[in-house]
Design a protein around this ligand. Sequence first.
Ligand SMILES: [Zn+2]
Length: 138
Amino acid sequence: MSTYDPTGASWVRLDRLLALGDPLTQDVWGCGPVGRGTVLTELDRPSTCEHDDPVPCRACEARRIAWFVRHGVDPRDPHPIAVDIGVPSPSSSPPWPVLDGNHRVAALTVLGAQLVPVVLYGDIDAAIAWLTSEDSFI
Ligand SMILES: [Zn+2]
């Protein structure tokens, strides 16, 4: 069940969000999937990166996720996790549903969260139905 939050966020099911796109198993940062194991290793033995390339590597991304695992995800973050479910048209589906907050979604996945606060874009009714219901309709 989605709940209204005065910040404008909706609390939605993390498992449903991950069915649309899982930042731990898919290559959302262009360095290959980071994976839960890499994040757990980062938590156990923090890495350092000394590369000249300004583009973050997998270790950089795992370190960012691990930071949120250690410190938590603030549901009142002024930059909320943003999800675009698109509209009911194949030509207008977003290529990736998480517009902002992939590291936080990954951290919440590692933490085993059930619900995640998100601001929704696209077909809001479809988004709420998909992200909060028990039955699949997409
Ligand atoms: Zn790096």
